[in-house]
Design a protein around this ligand. Structure first.
Ligand SMILES: [Zn+2]
Length: 98
């Protein structure tokens, strides 16, 4: 699965790259099957790691708002977090047009 930011979350199928928008990650999504290839899109392990990532992201989002307030030139960007096979990857993309 692949949540793109704290606000917009997507559930992605690792097998066929099908993507689905979700309002919010919740336990009910564990074991959900991909409508395309019937693979499990979110495992209990992925869910556990993603929830932990969300808590960290909330702190990071708050920190970045404080930084931008103090140093407006620091700019704004998007934090992208991906959880796959029990591993978490995060990337920060700075918004170019701001
Ligand atoms: Zn699939």
């Amino acid at each position: 699965m692949k949540p793109q930011s704290a606000r917009q979350q997507k559930l992605a199928c690792d097998a066929c790259h099908y993507m689905e928008d979700v309002d919010r990650l919740h336990k009910g999504l564990i074991g959900k099957e991909c409508p395309d290839c019937q693979s499990v899109m979110l495992t209990a392990e992925d869910y556990r790691i993603a929830k932990r990532a969300m808590r960290k992201l909330a702190i990071l989002a708050w920190l970045s708002r404080m930084i931008v307030r103090m140093y407006p030139a620091a700019g704004v960007g998007t934090m992208q977090v991906q959880v796959k096979d029990g591993q978490m990857f995060s990337e920060f993309h700075k918004d170019k047009h701001l």
